[in-house]
Design a protein around this ligand. Structure first.
Ligand code: 13P
Length: 346
């Protein structure tokens, strides 16, 4: 039987506070550099630190963001004036979180499939991050839809990894964000995405149960049930929202306090519109809070505007706040297309 842990329950509740979501800013150095290269920003430690300072010192961000997921490099960094990022977050009322997986690697014996690594030494790493101030964590597993994928082996191995990670987090005082991402890339239909997502979530919750993970002390971070980017028929906002909620109601235990979606390569507007529709139409049917944990769908306009130039920081922060605000509205079902048109002034 899983344990009653008041600290974890209250952290999870705070992460899922009404009108708020979780900001994912835990890009590994490799991924962060990739995003920088796309904007012609030099891929240096200094630039990564400066960019993360821009995000974490954004005025009023905590009105819409309950916590932010950091990467190992970031949780050890400080502002230019020497205040640690963890302190900056605590002062602003945002909970520090940490990415614990060490990346998705090729799954042996299974072409085109991935397995997430990072279990070795995890207990000690959790203890260190807890001591540094982290109170929740994230582990991302990747499921690829193709003609012959996903294999049962891939789903099973990733679900097992997520469950082992989640159990270790709860033992060490961190609320685990359990993130099984079914990739949007591919020609698959929304029906196929539903099938794969449902199977994956069933397997994930079965393994969580076997490993004694307390459902009321974790957050699920799934992908939406959506058409593959290469599919010739693209599902409507209504279809994506309806199928996603149907899939979650069929798989996620009501004891789970919240679901916080990844954006997974959807456009900013679509990410907001889908989340909004789910809350506007289905809130009364959902036993858990339904919100966001986006990275690209929140950060992109700010990153593009900043471009590595300190003169652009203030406006970049306004753009970041704007997307956080719109997604906050979507998490309450009050987002409208018209809100997108409002200009962001410095
Ligand atoms: P995206 O919202 O950019 O998909 O990122 C979310 C995330 O944390 C992926 O692990």
């Amino acid at each position: 039987m899983s344990k009653y842990a008041p600290e974890l329950i209250s952290t999870a509740k705070a992460m899922m506070a009404e009108g708020k979501g979780i900001l994912a800013m835990d890009e590994s150095n490799g991924t962060c550099n990739k995003r920088f290269e796309q904007q012609d920003i030099a891929t240096t430690v200094k630039n990564r630190r400066t960019y993360r300072e821009l995000i974490l010192t954004c005025p009023n961000l905590s009105d819409y963001i309950s916590g932010a997921i950091l990467y190992d490099e970031t949780i050890r960094q400080s502002t230019k004036s020497g205040v640690s990022f963890v302190k900056v977050m605590q002062k602003a009322g945002m909970i520090p979180g940490i990415k614990l997986d060490t990346g998705a690697k090729n799954l042996a014996g299974h072409k085109d499939e991935k397995i997430t690594e990072g279990l070795d030494g995890l207990r000690d790493r959790i203890a260190e991050y807890y001591q540094m101030g982290a109170r929740f964590a994230k582990w991302r597993a990747v499921i690829t839809i193709g003609e012959a994928t996903p294999s049962d082996a891939c789903i099973e191995a990733n679900a097992y990894g997520l469950a082992r990670y989640a159990a270790l987090c709860q033992e060490g005082g961190l609320v685990p964000i359990v993130e099984p991402e079914v990739l949007i890339d591919g020609k698959h239909t929304i029906e196929r995405c539903y099938e794969v997502t449902e199977k994956t979530l069933h397997e994930v919750f079965r393994h969580l149960y076997v490993q004694n993970v307390a459902y009321d002390q974790m957050i699920l971070k799934p992908s939406m049930v959506i058409s593959g980017t290469g599919c010739s028929t693209q599902a409507s906002v209504e279809q994506v929202a309806t199928e996603t909620i149907r899939c979650l109601l069929n798989t996620v235990p009501p004891a789970v306090p919240g679901i916080a979606f990844l954006s997974g390569g959807q456009s900013q507007e679509r990410s907001s519109a889908h989340l909004n529709y789910m809350n506007a139409k289905f809130k009364s049917q959902c036993p858990w809070r339904v919100t966001f944990s986006y990275a690209r769908a929140i950060q992109q306009p700010a990153l593009e505007h900043w471009g590595g130039n300190s003169a652009n920081v203030a406006k970049a922060q306004k753009l970041l706040l704007q997307r956080a605000k719109l997604n906050s509205a979507a998490s309450k079902g009050t987002y409208t297309q018209k809100m997108e048109k409002k200009p962001v002034l410095v």
